[in-house]
Design a protein around this ligand. Structure first.
Ligand SMILES: [Zn+2]
Length: 160
């Protein structure tokens, strides 16, 4: 706990994550994740934006997610997905119904088919080159919203 007290961003992120998703101390967990976000921890920022989106603060969450995608690019996003998947695998997500509390997010892109036309149907979620074929920021956000749901619910095929 020393690292958490000393506000080491990575430690704050991991502890906050466990509080939120595993111990279900959601208020404190979110606070720690937000603190890690303020300290520029990328994975925390990614998770916090998606928590906002799934808990009724969609506008705020989408804004944060857009900024994150712009600053870390496809490689960074793929990295965040991996981290989320690894946390889910380590059984840290008892609170997987967090994505079911609220109505589903509203964000969508009318030109999705056009914007994702170069995305291979076989591309895995951890392929940054595949992600690079999408340039529409809205489509990118919608993808993360769906990826988050899939991973949090444990619906992802494990080997991809
Ligand atoms: Zn689009």
């Amino acid at each position: 706990m020393k690292c958490v007290e000393n506000e080491h961003p990575e430690a704050l992120f991991e502890f906050g994550f466990r509080q939120y998703f595993n111990y279900m101390v959601v208020d404190q967990g979110l606070k720690r994740l937000e603190r890690a976000t303020a300290l520029q921890n990328t994975e925390a920022t990614y998770i916090v934006s998606l928590i906002y989106i799934y808990t009724g603060e969609e506008e705020k969450g989408v804004k944060l997610l857009e900024n994150t995608i712009n600053s870390i690019g496809s490689a960074g996003i793929v990295q965040c997905r991996r981290k989320l998947r690894d946390m889910e695998k380590s059984n840290w997500m008892r609170n997987n119904f967090v994505v079911d509390y609220m109505p589903q997010p509203h964000l969508f892109c009318k030109q999705k088919l056009q914007h994702e036309k170069n995305l291979s149907a076989w591309a895995g979620l951890y392929d940054e080159n595949a992600e690079n074929t999408i340039s529409c920021l809205t489509c990118k956000c919608v993808r993360e919203i769906n990826v988050f749901y899939t991973i949090v619910k444990g619906l992802l095929i494990r080997h991809v």
